[in-house]
Design a protein around this ligand. Sequence first.
Ligand code: MN
Length: 231
Amino acid sequence: MDYLFPPPPVVTVPVLGRPERFPVHRIYCVGRNYEEHAKEMGFTGREPPFFFLKPADTVVVCEAGQTATIPYPSLTSNLHHEIELVIAIGKGGSNIAAAQAHEHIFGYAVGLDMTRRDLQSDMKKQGRPWCIGKAYDHSAPIGPITPAADVGAINQASIALTVNGANRQSSTIDKLIWNVAETIEHLSKAWELQPGDLIYTGTPEGVAAVVRGDTLHGMIDGLTPIAARVD
Ligand code: MN
């Protein structure tokens, strides 16, 4: 087939211990999925899950043992970090029951749902889409994917983020309002999941701003930690 111009490259994420890379299809994100984070954003913490998307090419790969670069985005003066567990889908499907969700999970990674909070807040106030606050270029840093078979009890893992060595976010995955399996159940009612989909599951409390020169370290027990510098 001839194209008018070169088609965009496939976005991929490395897989721990495997030569093959994970080709990204879509990036789904869960909003306000930890009670204490929902509260800090002014909500009650109890509501059905809701979702937004980022384009696949917003991924910033954080290779193991390296410090990735996150370009400071345009239009904002309040760039927030959100450390999140990311589910990597290996088998697609619709209407997946929570009890079968594990069959669809290829693995897990540490991710950052970077957010232009000032722009997101403006859009919220006006009842407009969040895209400009959430789905901007380079907004989805992610570390290597660990196959689920090699991950222990992910639902019990701790999750944490430091900025310049200082603790910013610290929680456990069992505090998710909608856990991994329930998130897949809800999400797959609304969209047909495909191999290559990534699901950012939501962030715990402690979101705050970063500035140029800050270095972020994100970790989840059992997964490859990530490091990234805001430039
Ligand atoms: Mn988030």
